[in-house]
Design a protein around this ligand. Structure first.
Ligand code: HEC
Length: 445
């Protein structure tokens, strides 16, 4: 019986979707402009704008109100991958967090940072803003959730956990904060006193993502592929957890639509599944990309989502009426290439190309172009926003200094650089890479 009711509920949602399908055709199919994989996508409450946060250290603020998407601003300021963003209700601003451990508030009218709260370079994967737009919370990989005052742009508390914190979500009234950690603990905090109120659920595996649902419920997705809903009114005892689905892969992201009618997950192997929130019925499930779905978001007033992952673009997926269009990923992605005649080129493709081009144009990658590298003063390209550490490094790039960069590691040779720590341990591979770079970066007159 319950099953029949669920099927009926799903059918009615599909009928509604079909009725509103006419309004959906104007959305852009693809948002192209990043120079690297995309970690998160967030749609504004009115459905006209989108924020994407990328591995290329930047965010992009998009206008999606007609089929030809408008890149309104490229938001540059993070010294590492940008991992998540959230619009601030009641203000024309947004906040973002990244691998640099910094929370930035952006003025969306100008694209400039209004303020930043830096910290040690700790991975921060998730950010949420309270409904009144005054407080933000971020999930950090030093075992804390952090609370910020967005008016003063200061950190006001660190809430201690026993493991890295993966996700944060404010309750609808902003009085509570829910956090989810790598040890599987979901905890409720009282925002005013900054005290842990109670454990809400203890999942046997790490919890990667959570989302608030209407009716005081919380959806969560686990490293083990579990996707469930917790009834918070009943204190999250075991029998108040409803298991909605199980994936073979880790759940990467859980999202609810703005009106709370739909909830869904994206997993580690390119699948998205969408459920109706009231009955828990599966509405649609399908492969949207190759590789992980790092994030997706519903577009209010439509039955569409934008999803992101290893590609440089966000792509539209029509949940209903179902979109059977081919997956748009272009394979192999440059950093996934597995063979080449030249071992030095292979090394470059796999270890450097995600962040660097070899052409005069830097392709919006995280790092500066390596075109014309040899003989160049470190940190000297006029258009690239270098860290002070690299800009002030008194080194000219030669075979020897590039070799030293990867023998010692960027963190040792250039303390404070925004290039991530990496060493090339095998001397032959390193030498092959440098030999390849010598020719591939040469400026031909
Ligand atoms: C995750 C992104 C990332 C990867 C991967 C990466 N880099 Fe970088 N690289 C950067 C960033 C960011 C900078 C600028 C750092 C700064 O301003 O402190 C940089 C700077 C450099 C510079 C200095 C350029 C200049 O103009 O002074 C060189 C040389 C370099 N990288 C080489 C490499 C090579 C070779 C590889 C592959 C083995 C590599 N990088 C992999 C992000 C990356």
């Amino acid at each position: 019986m319950a099953r029949l009711l669920r099927a009926a509920a799903a059918a009615s949602v599909i009928a509604q979707a079909a009725a509103s399908a006419g309004a959906e055709t104007s959305l852009p199919d693809k948002l192209e402009g990043h120079g690297g994989p995309i970690k998160s996508v967030t749609v504004s409450a009115d459905g006209t704008h989108v924020l994407t946060a990328s591995f290329d250290y930047a965010l992009i603020y998009w206008d999606v109100s007609d089929p030809d998407p408008d890149l309104v601003h490229r938001l540059r300021g993070h010294g590492g991958a940008a991992n998540d963003a959230a619009f601030v209700p009641g203000r024309n601003t947004a906040v973002s967090v990244g691998d640099d451990g910094t929370l930035i508030q952006w003025d969306l009218a100008t694209g400039d940072p209004l303020g930043a709260v830096p910290s040690d370079p700790i991975k921060m994967l998730d950010v949420d803003v309270a409904p009144d737009g005054r407080l933000a919370a971020a999930a950090a990989w030093d075992g804390t959730a952090r609370l910020y005052d967005l008016t003063e742009m200061v950190e006001i508390a660190r809430l201690p956990h026993r493991a890295n914190v993966n996700a944060v979500a404010f309750s609808d009234d902003g009085a509570m904060l829910y956090t989810a950690a790598y040890d599987g603990q979901i905890t409720a905090w009282d925002v005013a006193s900054q005290r842990a109120l109670r454990p809400v659920h203890s999942h046997g595996w790490g919890v990667n993502s959570i989302a608030m649902l209407p009716g005081n419920r919380l959806a969560f997705g686990g490293l083990d592929g579990s996707f469930g809903v917790i009834d918070l009114a009943n204190d999250g005892t075991a029998d108040t957890v409803q298991d909605l689905a199980k994936s073979d892969r880790p759940i990467q992201t859980v999202r609810a639509s703005a009106d709370g009618a739909l909830v869904g997950f994206g997993d580690g192997a390119g699948e998205v599944a969408i459920f109706t929130t009231d009955s828990g019925a599966l509405l649609e499930r399908g492969a949207v990309t190759y590789g992980p779905v790092w994030d997706f978001d519903f577009i209010p007033g439509t039955q569409n989502i934008y999803h992101v992952g290893l590609d440089d673009f966000a792509a539209l997926w029509r949940i209903s009426p179902r979109d059977f269009a081919p997956i748009q990923a272009e394979l192999p992605r440059r950093f996934q290439i597995r063979d080449s005649e030249d071992p030095g080129e292979l090394e470059f493709l796999r270890k450097c190309s995600v962040c660097h081009t070899l052409t005069p144009d830097d392709g919006n990658r995280a790092g500066p172009t390596l075109h014309g590298l040899f003989g160049r003063q470190a940190g000297s390209l006029p258009d690239y926003p270098y860290s002070p550490a690299l800009r002030n490094l008194d080194v000219v790039w030669t075979e020897d200094t590039v070799a030293q960069l990867f023998d010692d590691g960027p963190d040792v040779m250039v303390p404070g650089t925004t290039m991530p720590v990496q060493r090339l341990k095998q001397v032959t591979r390193r030498d092959e890479l440098i030999r390849f770079l010598k020719t591939a970066t040469a400026v031909v007159d």
